[in-house]
Design a protein around this ligand. Structure first.
Ligand SMILES: Nc1ncnc2c1ncn2[C@@H]1O[C@H](COP(=O)(O)OP(=O)(O)O)[C@@H](O)[C@H]1O
Ligand SMILES: C[C@@](O)(CCOP(=O)(O)O)CC(=O)O
Ligand SMILES: [Mg+2]
Length: 388
């Protein structure tokens, strides 16, 4: 049997970092996905290994099932219905399994993804052989939630592959999960995100699992029904960074300047709440009201960016994008953890393609990469293929 799952990346429209400290944030899925394909060993194979293939990097890692058993002896009785946090002891055991694979220095950033994979696999699937292939359309470590989409697609594939949630395996094409199963896979994905991010808020895995647009605060989501035709230019500064380190940096600043940071988080909360209200307000189909709404959204993005800067997560490359887009009267903010990565620029409905082309040309002449993505599509999906 072959099971394929996919989960989207995301943009955070307002509230990154502050959401880790209990503020509201607003996020939407984008139509760039991470894919997992699970194939069981055929009965004729004398297969006793778990293989993980990162197709985009042409890398393959494999472990003898016995070795996984030895490292994680308490697992093996799959407990797919009980999402479990990896204990400090298991983190060490998983890290050893990863270190044994001698990941090339230039690809070391993949190690946390491999750890998340091993933990979720052993918990949900137990000690069974399989071949697992991963590909992603998302730039990794750029603020578009590749880590969450990795964990959500992995959890979706595992729950489908292990047969632990009822799904119509005869269905042709992509299949969405039922609400209660979605909740379960989201909880598992969150456990994976913890191994990659350290202290995730849960917004990224939640928007990747559920799709569309969400408002998120302290672990709970509210679905947003936006009828506003939101268009964003995404500029990847290509400056690499790591979410775990940036989140930790904000927490350290919080310890040093507790009151000031609390006011910043409170301000971000108000920005996210206002943004969510605006997006859910009825849209009048005339240019004047659309433009007025866009201007409000732009102002909120600018305010949010200023606060992110005061949290210490902007970067010279991000500032270059802000200044460049401002020359064309366009507003931008970083998205995700910052420190490099991607920047969002609101594209007003009346913006001419000539101006857009100019902005993109100027940004790309700085070495950045610009693209657009459809906002607010479906979340995690699974697909079955009965291979002989
Ligand atoms: N397709 C993938 N294959 C392997 N690891 C992945 C993949 N996608 C994400 N990851 C893991 O997630 C990490 C990036 O996560 P993070 O720093 O949170 O940035 P972001 O989530 O914004 O892309 C990578 O370094 C890697 O460990
Ligand atoms: C900074 C943060 O708010 C979002 C991180 O997103 P990303 O990993 O940079 O795509 C962290 C979190 O909410 O877990
Ligand atoms: Mg991430």
């Amino acid at each position: 049997m072959e099971v394929k799952a996919r989960a989207p990346g995301k943009i955070i429209l307002a509230g990154e970092h502050a959401v880790v400290h209990g503020s509201t944030a607003v996020a939407a899925s984008i139509d760039l996905y991470t894919y997992f394909t699970f194939s069981s060993a055929s009965p004729s194979d004398s297969n006793d290994t778990l293989k993980l293939q990162f197709k985009d990097d042409a890398l393959e890692f494999s472990w003898h099932i016995e070795r996984i058993k030895e490292a994680l002896p308490d697992l093996g009785f799959p407990f797919s219905s009980t999402p479990t946090t990896c204990s400090a002891e298991s983190i060490k055991a998983v890290a050893t399994l990863v270190e044994e694979k001698n990941i090339p220095e230039a690809k070391k950033f993949l190690a946390s993804g491999v750890s998340a994979f091993l933990w979720l696999y052993a918990c949900i699937q137990g000690f069974k052989p399989a071949t697992v292939a991963v590909t992603s359309e998302l730039p990794l470590g750029s603020g578009l939630g590749s880590s969450a989409s990795f964990c959500v697609a992995l959890a979706a594939a595992l729950l489908g592959f292990s047969g632990s949630v009822p799904l119509d395996t005869s269905h042709q094409g992509w299949l969405s999960y039922e609400e209660s199963d979605l909740e379960l896979l989201n909880k598992w994905a969150f456990e994976g995100e913890k191994l990659i991010h350290g202290k995730p808020s849960g917004i990224d895995n939640t928007v990747s699992a559920y799709g569309n647009m969400i408002k998120f605060r302290s672990g709970s989501l509210t679905r947003i029904k936006s009828s506003f035709p939101l268009r964003m230019l995404i500029t990847n500064t290509k400056v690499g960074r790591n979410t775990k380190a940036l989140v930790a940096g904000v927490s350290e600043r919080m310890l040093r300047h507790h009151d000031a940071m609390n006011f910043i988080f409170k301000a971000v909360n108000s920005i996210s709440e206002e943004l969510a209200t605006i997006l859910q307000s009825p849209v009048h189909d005339d240019h004047v009201s659309v433009t007025q709404t866009e201007e409000k959204l732009e102002e909120l993005m600018e305010m949010n960016q200023g606060l992110l800067q005061s949290m210490g997560v902007s970067h010279a490359s991000i500032e270059t994008v802000l200044q460049t887009t401002l020359k064309y009267k366009l507003s931008s903010k970083l998205t995700g953890a910052g420190g490099g990565g991607c920047v969002l620029t609101l594209l007003p409905s009346l913006l001419s393609t000539t101006v857009l082309d100019k902005v993109i040309a100027e940004l790309e002449s700085c070495g950045f990469q610009c693209f657009t993505a459809a906002i607010g599509g479906k979340g995690a999906e699974v697909c079955f293929n009965d291979k002989p």
